[in-house]
Every structure is written in structure tokens, then in C-alpha cells.
Ligand binder design. Structure first.
Ligand code: ADP
Ligand code: ZN
Ligand code: ZN
Length: 742
């Protein structure tokens, strides 16, 4: 792309600056073509041979391009509410911070229906009721043969109304007869806001808060003017959600204000939604997540935009939902990795929420049992207010007993220790449920000596070398150091060195063989792909139709199983010594969460963890449920090694069919970067653990700075130059700012 001319062209015509969903980091100028268009309006424009939908982000009467070359827009969607300035500005900030083209960032934050070149219609919903004229009619006024008409008519209540769902239960063919009644003046249709369900609940009374909860609510509601971040640290079941609800009650009380509640998992929205609805029936609530139909999503988004929805509960992307009167943001399970977008604009929704709260000068509450170390650090250094809930809210729910099973001292069968199998059989006999938790994330094999527990270290970093079996090599994923796999333990001479971590695929089959009478349910991404699959599965657990649950971290989050008294944890050691410096933090969070599943009601729970490192300080902290102590030790490590939160990282990721252009691109990038800065450490390009993914050869370049600004300054210069690199369009590459995974 040539750089624009130095002078500008003045035009009497209105020039529109339009953001388009194209991978170029610039706006595009168009003539308004006689349409009256506002900033924030959607327009359709010619773009090359195609039509594109765009958003007008500015108007001007000058352009950097010759006026006669500008094309007029094709049409404007003038009857839509324009996008507000706050949403623009937030997305502009994110596009800059995460090094992503602004137009793409902006357009991809909109519901799909708003990215199409046709008018965006969301389904309208109606309530149907009898008019005065209709009320005096009787069914005998209808022809005896018109059965359908008679059926629909007699279903209409004398007082009150029916919605479309109720009518379709009367008959699938209800529309036609009803239309006839409307034309006859017997029935009236009243449009309702779809998505905002009429509350059929009577408000559930709030429990009386305990002292810690009361203190949390009071502290937060005492400072609702101005930016104020809070960490609400409390174990699962300590009553954080109750605190959220009382805060919303208080902040939204005067019939003004909107609230945004972020949740990490789509699967968590329905239960939270119904809890909020029944407790806060006076505040219209919508949810925003990708399990909604496009029509529902658009509708809910518009309800947020119009201010009609007072509470929005949503996943990651809803952090960009337009909320003109937003007064508070809540981020539940703020440590959760699914807040980080892993493609496109790689934003972190919690961090964006913090930026949003800061710009709007409102409070934001980050809730977690195991805060991210970044958040914990900010709370410890008083950048955030720090509130703690130490006790489970329901007193009879006891903390589970946590024990480690030393897998080096027991004979394992297909990955299961006899002690764990016995414990499961006991539960089966008592009619209680067990959960086997498989930690599949952070699986990177390291070379381990079974005799002395030596693990192949990197000589130049404080990290472990990763086994690349096929190449017979050990590699450091931080500095790129590489060596041959050693055959003998340099520490004790033992020749039995092996990569840790073994397959878990056959676990379900093994269990079925060991306990043929047990009803086993596997819950993971694959088995829950269908729309309501997880809800159905959870219902069958609640109905006691399941004896043993086998699952990944999906199961660990926020589900209450009163009859579940045993949690077995299968595969932890690979994460204990993963080369990913965040793996231990993640494992601790997951184990805390999964331990919270056991014994929530009146039955005490037990957690059995299989590991060859029962003395590891992670397990000691876990047994004591002492997050603070473990966080402290991790933070010390991070400070020594200069990892986040003591440093800021960015990763340039690249991939292609062949490795050589990737290598070339990353090498050039690293050399260029070194000429641009002395404040940012530029490592050597190297290959990630997954060297090849979906047929693509991958590489990455790590950059690390002690100041956020130094990193941002570098990226601001580096990325535009990389876009001009001869290989830039031949390989796939992206910048991941504040990456979570390596
Ligand atoms: P968290 O969000 O921290 O996991 P919840 O708010 O879901 O905790 O509370 C766990 C359980 O305890 C819920 O059933 C909730 O209704 C109940 N609960 C919370 N606070 C109180 C309280 N002060 N008195 C009685 N029950 C409470
Ligand atoms: Zn050894
Ligand atoms: Zn190294």
C-alpha cells in the first residue's frame, strides 16, 4: 500500500471514514452519495468487485486521496441505532493494544446479523390477547367444521395473554386462524421484547449475608463513583454469587444503570442466568453467548444497546456489548483461561473489562477462588481492593479431605491405583457418586528419573526441557536450547529415564471392566458438542442416573452435585513440571475447583490425587486450601525468573506449509526488533511444543519487557513493518500480546 499524499483533498461533499472487515489496518474513505448517515451507522460500500458492510467511524470533508477517486456508498441502514462512541473507542484501544486491524476488530465484535449486507432483522415476539370485542364472542360463533379455529380461540384466556410458545403448544398451525381473529378485531397483538422473559418468578428472598459477605457488599457499594477494581477472593461455595447479586441490587436500585457480568464458560450461563432472574426479577436480563441463535443474539445485543436490558450476562465477546448506562462490571472466575481469545484479535476479556471500567470510571469486581497471579499481585500491592470470603456460606458443607496417593509406591493398573479403585467401589456400594478428573491441559512430556526425580533442566533458563520423542531431542521452549535425549540420569546414574504423562483414552473402558455394574458418564468437549448435551448430562447426574463421572476441566466449574463424595485426580505430574510457566498455577486452580465439587451438601467429601510427588508444595497448599501461601511461592519464582506479572510478554506466532519461510520471517523479525529497541528482550525464534499443527509448520518469537510501554512502543513500530515484509502474505502470522499459552 502506498502511503497517502502529504496534502489533503478538500471536498464539499461529505466523506465517510468507514471501518471494514478487511485485514488492512486502516479506514476507507467513501462519499456519502446523498445518504444522510450518522457516525456509528452501518453502510454498504463497494470494495473491489464485492459489496462490504462497514461502520462509519468518522465524517470529514477532506481526504488523503483524490476526491474523484472516492466512490459513493451503496446504501445506509439509517433506521438502526448507531454504534456508540464508547464501543468504538474501546475497540480502537484493543485493536492498537493487541495489534489487530481496527476494522476487523470492530466488525467482529458485532453480532453476525450486523455484519451482513442485508438489513438486520431480529425476530419480534408478540403477546396475543382478546379484545373487548373478542371477549363477548363465544365458540359457537365459529363454524363447527373449523376445528383449528375453535381450538385456538378457546385457548385464549379471558384475562391475560398467550405468547407464541404457548400458542404453538395449542397447535402448530396457530398462526393462520389467529391472523383471522386479528383481522376480525377479536384479538390484539402486543409486541414484547424478545429475550427479556417476562418474569414468572416471584422474587426468591436473599439469604442473610454472613459477616464477610456483608463487609464485601458494603465496601464495594460504598465506592460506586469512579474506577475501582476489587478482587473478591473466596473458595467455591463461599457465597461470591450472593455478593454479586446484592451489589447489583444496590447499584441498579434507582431504576437506572446497567451491569455487565462476564462468565468464562458458555455452560455456566444458564444456571447463573436463572439464579439472577429469580433473585432479581425487576431487572430485565439478557445473555450473550454463542449458543444463541443469530436472531436471539442480535435481539439481546440490541436490548443491551437500547438500555432495556439492565443486566447482561455473557462470555468473552460480550465485554464489547454496547451498554450506554453501564455502572458496574463483574468478572466471575476471573483467572479462567477461556477469557483469552486464541485467534483473530487475541484479547483477554478480563483485561479489556478492566480497561472499560477504567474508561467509564466505574467499579469492577474480579471474583475467584484462585485468582490469576497477575490479579493477586495487584491486590497484594494495593492496586486493587482486596476482599476475602474465608468460609463456605452453608455451614454444614464441609471442606473435603484431600490426600495424595504416591504412585511410585503402589502398583498402577492402566493408570489407576488400587486405593482409588477401592474408594470408587465404596462409593458405588453406598449409592454415592465419584468423579475422575483428567487434567489434559498443559501436557508436555518432560524427562523424569523415576529413582531420584531428577528432571532434565535447561542450562540457560529456569525451565525444564521438553521431550521431542520423534526427533530424539530435548528442547527448551524459552531460549531454544536443544540437546540429545540423555539415556542415563546424570544425578544418580539410573538408566530408567522416561517421559512422564500417559494416555487417558482408555480410562473409561478400564473402569467399565473394573466395575461392570457402574453407570459411567464421560463429560468432555467431544461428548458435549451438541447444543443441550451438557445440560442433559448434568440433569442425569442430578437424577442419580450416573455413578461415575469421567471428565476434564469442564466438569470442575461451578456445578453442584450433592451426592458426589469422591474426586479422583488422575494425571497431574506433567503439569507440575511443564515447561509452560503457567501450568502449575493452572493445575492448582483446577484442583481447588475440582476439590470444591466433593461434599457440598451434608456428606463430607474426599479428594484422592495420584502423583509421584506427594510432597510437592502445590499439594501441601492444596491440602490446607491455602491459596495465598502457594501464590506467594509462585510469585517469588516469577520474580526471580522475570516472568509475568514481573514482565510483559508478546509472542509473534507464524506458520506455513514449510518451515523455512517461517524461520526466515521470524529471524528477520527478531533482527528488526533488535534494531528498534533496547528495552525489550528479543529471544531467538523457536518451535513451539506443537511443532506441526493441522499440517502447518509452526514457529514463534518471544519478546519480553519489564515495562508494558516499552513492549507497546516496540510493537507499534515492528508490526507495520512486518506487514510489508515480502513473506508477510505468504505465511500465516499473528502477534499474541500477553500470551497465556506457549
Ligand atoms: P460461590 O459463588 O462463591 O461459589 P454461592 O454464592 O453460589 O458461592 O453460594 C454457595 C451456596 O451457599 C449457594 O447455595 C448460596 O445460595 C448459599 N449461600 C450463599 N450465601 C449464603 C448466606 N449468607 N446464607 C445462606 N446461604 C448462602
Ligand atoms: Zn536419577
Ligand atoms: Zn532455556
Amino acid at each position: 500500500m502506498t502511503s497517502p499524499a502529504t496534502h489533503s483533498y478538500i471536498s464539499p461533499a461529505h466523506i465517510l471514514r468507514v471501518a471494514l472487515d478487511v485485514p488492512l489496518d486502516r479506514l476507507f474513505d467513501y462519499l456519502d452519495g446523498g445518504f444522510s448517515v450518522d457516525i456509528g451507522q452501518r453502510v454498504v460500500v463497494p470494495f473491489g468487485p464485492r459489496k462490504q458492510v462497514g461502520v462509519v467511524v468518522a465524517k470529514s470533508n477532506t481526504s488523503d486521496f483524490p476526491i474523484e477517486k472516492l466512490k459513493p456508498i451503496i446504501s445506509a441502514f439509517s433506521d438502526e441505532t448507531p454504534l456508540d462512541y464508547e464501543t468504538f473507542a474501546l475497540l480502537k484501544f484493543c485493536a492498537d493494544y493487541y495489534q489487530y486491524p481496527y476494522g476487523q476488530a470492530l466488525l467482529s465484535a458485532l453480532p453476525v446479523r450486523l455484519r451482513q449486507t442485508k438489513p438486520a432483522v431480529s425476530r419480534k415476539q408478540y403477546l396475543y390477547s382478546l379484545t373487548d370485542a373478542g371477549k363477548v364472542q363465544t365458540i359457537d360463533n365459529l363454524p363447527a367444521r373449523k376445528l383449528l379455529q375453535r381450538r385456538v380461540f378457546s385457548a385464549l384466556p379471558e384475562h391475560g395473554a398467550l405468547d407464541e410458545i404457548a400458542l404453538s403448544e395449542v397447535s402448530a398451525g396457530w398462526r393462520k386462524p389467529l391472523q383471522g381473529f386479528i383481522e376480525a378485531g377479536w384479538v390484539q397483538a402486543q409486541q414484547v421484547l424478545a429475550g427479556i422473559k417476562k418474569s414468572s418468578f416471584s422474587a426468591v428472598p436473599a439469604p442473610e449475608l454472613n459477616a464477610e459477605q456483608t463487609q464485601a457488599v458494603q465496601a464495594i457499594t460504598a465506592q460506586v463513583q469512579g474506577f475501582k477494581p476489587w478482587l473478591l477472593h473466596g473458595i467455591t461455595g463461599s457465597g461470591k454469587t450472593e455478593v454479586y447479586m446484592q451489589i447489583l441490587q444496590s447499584i441498579l436500585a434507582n431504576n437506572t444503570g446497567q451491569a455487565l457480568v462476564l462468565v468464562p464458560e458458555i455452560n455456566l450461563t444458564p444456571q447463573l442466568e436463572s439464579r439472577f432472574r429469580s433473585r432479581l426479577p425487576n431487572f430485565p436480563l439478557v445473555s450473550l453467548h454463542s449458543n444463541l441463535s443469530e436472531s436471539e443474539r442480535l435481539q439481546n445485543w440490541r436490548l443491551a444497546q437500547s438500555g432495556a436490558a439492565r443486566i447482561v450476562i455473557g462470555t468473552r465477546l460480550s465485554v464489547f456489548a454496547p451498554l450506554p448506562d453501564i455502572r458496574v462490571i463483574i468478572v466471575d472466575e476471573e483467572h479462567d483461561g477461556s477469557y483469552k481469545q486464541q485467534d483473530g484479535m487475541r484479547y483477554h476479556a478480563r483485561d479489556v473489562a478492566l480497561v472499560r471500567a477504567h474508561r467509564r470510571k466505574i467499579p469492577i469486581i474480579l471474583g475467584s477462588a484462585t485468582p490469576a497471579l497477575e490479579t493477586w499481585h495487584n491486590a497484594q500491592t494495593n492496586k486493587y481492593g482486596h476482599l476475602t470470603l474465608n468460609e463456605r456460606a452453608v455451614s454444614k458443607a464441609q471442606l473435603p479431605l484431600i490426600r495424595c496417593i504416591d504412585t511410585t509406591r503402589t502398583e498402577m493398573h492402566d493408570g489407576l491405583s488400587p486405593a482409588l479403585v477401592t474408594a470408587m467401589k465404596e462409593r458405588l456400594a453406598r449409592g454415592e457418586q465419584s468423579l475422575l478428573f483428567i487434567n489434559r491441559r498443559g501436557y508436555s512430556p518432560v524427562l523424569l528419573c523415576s529413582a531420584c526425580h531428577w528432571i532434565a533442566p535447561c542450562m540457560r533458563c529456569s525451565s525444564r526441557l521438553v521431550v521431542h520423542l520423534r526427533q530424539g531431542r530435548l528442547r527448551c521452549h524459552h531460549c531454544g536450547h536443544e540437546q540429545k535425549i540423555v539415556r542415563q540420569c546424570p544425578s544418580c546414574g539410573n538408566a530408567d529415564l522416561h517421559p512422564t504423562g500417559h494416555g487417558t483414552q482408555r480410562l473409561e473402558e478400564t473402569l467399565a471392566k473394573l466395575m461392570p455394574e457402574a453407570r459411567i458418564l464421560r463429560v468432555d468437549r467431544d461428548s458435549t458438542r451438541r447444543k443441550h448435551a451438557l445440560t442433559d448430562m448434568l440433569a442425569s447426574v442430578h437424577a442419580d442416573e450416573v455413578d461415575i463421572l469421567v471428565g476434564t476441566q469442564m466438569l470442575a466449574k461451578g456445578h453442584d452435585f450433592p451426592n458426589l463424595t469422591l474426586v479422583g485426580v488422575i494425571d497431574t505430574d506433567s503439569a507440575l513440571f511443564s515447561p509452560d510457566f503457567r501450568a502449575a498455577e493452572r493445575l492448582f486452580a483446577q484442583l481447588m475447583q475440582v476439590a470444591g465439587r466433593a461434599g457440598r451438601a451434608d456428606k463430607p467429601g474426599e479428594v484422592l490425587i495420584q502423583t509421584s510427588f506427594p510432597e510437592h508444595n502445590l499439594f501441601n497448599a492444596l491440602r490446607e486450601q491455602d491459596y495465598a501461601a502457594y501464590a506467594q511461592s509462585l510469585l517469588q519464582e516469577r520474580e526471580m525468573t522475570q516472568f509475568p506479572p514481573y514482565a510483559y510478554m508478546a509472542l509473534l506466532r507464524a506458520e506455513a506449509n514449510q518451515f523455512s519461510p517461517v524461520q526466515q520471517f521470524l529471524t528477520d523479525a527478531s533482527e528488526l526488533a533488535r534494531t528498534l529497541t533496547e528495552e525489550v528482550m528479543i529471544y531467538h525464534p523457536l518451535r513451539p511444543q506443537m511443532e506441526k499443527l493441522k499440517g502447518m509448520e509452526r514457529g514463534q518469537l518471544l519478546m519480553q519487557a519489564t515495562q508494558r510501554n516499552a513492549m507497546q512502543n516496540l510493537l507499534r513500530q515492528l508490526v507495520p513493518q512486518l506487514r510489508e515484509h515480502p513473506l508477510a502474505n505468504k505465511i500465516r502470522w499473528a502477534v499474541d500480546v500477553d500470551p497465556l499459552e506457549f
